[in-house]
Design a protein around this ligand. Structure first.
Ligand code: MF3
Ligand code: CO
Ligand code: CO
Length: 258
């Protein structure tokens, strides 16, 4: 395991990259309506990242990923590929996951959007997943253990009888897209779970929560991950910096007040 402690200069670059990634989510919101295709959302984000932000969309060509953002609708857990033929319809829920590289450093964040009015279950699952992310963020401070993150999310999910995806986790982030350590969103054990947080560490928390069973499967496109039972699923993600006193959410949006 090689968990990097970022220097003050690197932290400043992480702040810039994080803010740009958050700005993409703020920019795309008004375009998310019934009838728009996920391919169009990708094209708008790509143009904004490249031309306005003069940054690089990290997913594009990452291990062969074909697009600039991930768009994951309804029962798609993560890594949905934007598609010109996939139009959003009223009642859909969609996760948009943005990662930008600016000046060599990554900012990685995602949020859920409603297309029109969501079902009662879709809203409950989506709001729950956001609150689980926020509860996990609130635990981040020097001296805390990584295992506390998965523990709090699992405790919360049990009460709602939602399940937690185990195959994908949060990750260290910096000049690399996916660095050590791994951040589990459930109460599990890896060689990283006992790691004690220190100022200067940067990582993501990005819980994926299912309304049904936790199991997932990957489609034949080699990317799209769906719930095996086709139940609804939600995800929210922030890039975080451990500070001397606690935590700074580098991808915080204006609508968020923590
Ligand atoms: N942004 C995703 C994450 O949170 C990774 C997407 S990899 C891609 O880690 F290739 F699918 F884009
Ligand atoms: Co991530
Ligand atoms: Co992401």
């Amino acid at each position: 395991m090689n968990v990097l402690i970022k220097t003050p200069e690197e932290i400043e670059k992480m702040r810039v990259a994080g803010r740009l990634a958050a700005n993409v989510l703020e920019m795309i919101e008004p375009y998310i309506k019934a009838g728009v295709s996920t391919g169009e959302l990708d094209a708008i984000c790509h143009k904004y990242i490249v031309e306005e932000q003069q940054a690089i969309p990290a997913p594009l060509n990452y291990h062969g990923f074909p697009k600039s953002i991930c768009t994951s609708v309804n029962h798609v857990i993560c890594h949905g590929i934007p598609d010109d033929a996939k139009q959003l319809k009223k009642g859909d829920i969609i996760n948009i996951d943005i990662t930008v590289i600016k000046d060599g450093y990554h900012g990685d964040t995602s949020k859920m959007f409603y297309v029109g009015e969501p079902s009662i279950l879709a809203r409950r699952l989506t709001e729950f997943t956001k609150e689980a992310l926020y509860a996990a963020i609130a635990l981040v401070k020097p001296g805390a253990r990584i295992s506390e993150i998965g523990q709090v999310i699992e405790e919360m999910a049990k009460k709602e009888r939602f399940s937690i995806v185990q195959e994908y986790c949060g990750h260290g982030i910096g000049s690399g897209f996916h660095e050590d350590p791994q951040i589990l969103h459930y109460n599990g054990y890896t060689s990283h779970t006992d790691l004690v947080l220190e100022p200067g560490m940067c990582f993501t928390i990005e819980p994926m929560i299912n309304a049904g069973k936790r199991h997932c499967k990957q489609l034949n496109d080699g990317w799209t991950v769906v719930t095996k039972d086709h139940s609804l699923t939600a995800q929210w993600e922030h890039t975080l910096l451990v500070t001397h006193t606690g935590v700074e959410a580098l991808t915080r949006r204006n609508e968020e007040n923590f």
